[in-house]
Ligand binder design. Structure first.
Ligand code: NAD
Ligand code: G6P
Ligand code: MN
Length: 443
């Protein structure tokens, strides 16, 4: 089988070790010749890079491993770029979550004003790595899961329409694992129908390969327990705040009982509830939970491997739920026609929704990329919610392109999470001050 060369952009990410371990676990399906890490923060990446170098020498010495901050070295001769950058890192995630709280609005990584602020920063970083990839390896595909994926995907559609960038989110995959647990099947035995935007969608069908429909069984379960399962299905979404989110799916389902909701809808359907929870501890948001948890664990672990000069007995956890990234790479490389939920330009997949909207729907993925499966007409309730949200995402990208304060104000005003144009303006001025030159200048 052909061996592939992969660069991970955002090599210093808390997810890098888990994904590298997952790839080592999948070498039979997706053999690696070269694995490189690339980041623009050499110190941060260096800790993970040094530890992974030791680990790979012990566990897979045949893979040519390196880590670098030099774009030419990183992006030359690669087949795939797996991208998970966070422009502004955790310091800025904290602001995305905390600044809105000062204005009576919840703060979240990808939803509401926090997601809008993050989007404005991310576009620049994403364009930078796409351009490096195209300069040094024009045939390379980028499998991107850098957030906020909805805004990033819209920016790619507008600003790099011909680039080989595939935008994908792990939430549909992660929740399907929970559903499979609920009905006693394996995730790969289930096939779904799904429509929405990124972090804003609904399952309309969950069937096994013989065509048996499980949606009623899952609905009965979720209406009682949300997506909380008996056994943990992944290593990532397990902290107390995530447990609460899985549980809250019960109340989201109550609004639209015909379809199974994405957990992120809690931010749009219950923003007051989310804010009430957050305002009790405005100094300790999800960013702090992650910095004290996942980030600390991953970096402590790496430092220990470096100190020992060996990863024996202290290997990183395998991020098993991230195997969908290998599935996606294999779909492109081997034309597998895998069915995957992805973020793509609508073009009729959702019949009563604009063609030029970036939507999340099941696709068949082959060598030429994804082909969306049609999901038909959607109900007016979802259509209206989605139209409002997709317009917010489009306005953010227009504001970025046109350096438009006005459009950014409109984006925040239109977000279902912000109560008025007045609050939106105060928020915008605060976000401009806090984001400094990580945002384009708006006037
Ligand atoms: P992190 O801050 O630990 O890692 C991000 C890394 O990106 C940092 O090392 C940073 O230095 C680097 N970086 C920032 N700007 C860069 C640039 N222009 N070029 C190169 N490197 C750059 O963040 P994390 O929590 O590990 O998450 C990483 C990303 O993955 C985030 O965007 C997160 O939202 C995303 N994510 C997405 C999904 C999904 O469903 N799509 C799932 C999990 C994580
Ligand atoms: C899910 C979402 C991602 C998001 C992540 C946040 O996986 O699909 O888009 O980045 O959760 O998780 P965290 O543990 O960093 O809060
Ligand atoms: Mn996501």
């Amino acid at each position: 089988m052909k061996k592939f060369s992969v660069v991970i952009a955002g090599g210093g990410s808390t997810f890098t070790p888990g994904i590298v371990m997952m790839m080592l676990d999948n070498l039979e399906r997706f053999p690696l010749k070269t694995l490189k890490l690339y980041d623009n923060d050499g110190d941060r990446q260096g800790i993970l890079g040094e530890a992974l170098e030791i680990l790979l020498k012990e566990q897979a010495p045949e893979i040519d491993f390196s880590y670098t901050t030099d774009p030419a070295a990183a992006f030359t001769d690669v087949d795939f770029c797996m991208a998970h950058i966070r422009v502004g890192k955790y310091a800025m995630r904290e602001k995305d979550e905390k600044v809105p709280l000062r204005h009576g609005v919840f703060g979240q990584e990808t939803c509401g004003p926090g997601g809008i602020a993050y989007g404005m920063r991310s576009i620049t970083g994403m364009l930078e790595i796409i351009d490096y990839m195209e300069k040094y390896s024009p045939e390379c595909w980028m499998l991107n899961y850098s957030n906020p994926a909805a805004i990033v995907a819209e920016a790619c559609r507008v600003l790099r329409p011909d680039s080989k960038v595939l935008n994908i989110c792990d939430m549909p995959v992660g929740t399907l694992r929970r559903m499979s647990q609920i009905v006693g099947k394996k995730p790969e035995e289930l096939e779904v129908r799904y429509f929405g935007l990124n972090h804003f969608g609904w399952w309309t069908s969950v069937k096994d390969k013989e065509g048996h429909e499980y949606i009623n069984q899952i609905r009965d379960y979720v209406s009682e327990h949300g997506y909380l399962t008996q056994i943990e299905v992944d290593t990532q979404h397990t902290d107390p705040s995530w447990q609460e989110t899985h549980k809250k799916a019960k109340d989201i389902l109550a609004v639209t009982p015909e379809y199974l909701p994405n957990t992120y809808l809690k931010y749009y359907l219950y923003p007051d509830y989310v804010f009430e929870h957050m305002k009790d501890h405005p100094e300790f948001t999800r960013a702090n939970e992650v910095m004290q948890g996942r980030e600390k664990n991953v970096f402590d672990h790496a430092r220990q491997i470096i100190a020992n000069g060996s990863a024996e007995g202290i290997a990183f956890d395998i991020d098993a739920h991230a195997t969908f990234i290998v599935d996606l790479a294999r779909a492109i490389a081997f034309n597998t026609h895998e069915r995957m939920v992805m973020i793509v330009e609508n073009n009729g997949a959702i019949a009563n929704f604009p063609d030029d909207a970036m939507v999340e729907v099941p696709c068949i993925v082959g060598t030429d990329g994804p082909e969306a499966l049609t999901q038909g007409q959607i109900p007016a309730f979802q259509q209206a919610l989605m139209f409002q949200q997709v317009t917010v995402e489009k306005l953010v990208v227009e504001a970025y392109v046109e350096n438009s304060y006005q459009k950014m104000w409109q984006a925040l005003t239109l977000s279902k999470t912000v109560p008025s144009a007045q609050v939106a303006k105060e928020l915008l001025d605060d976000l401009i001050a806090e984001n400094g030159d990580t945002w384009p200048e708006l006037h």
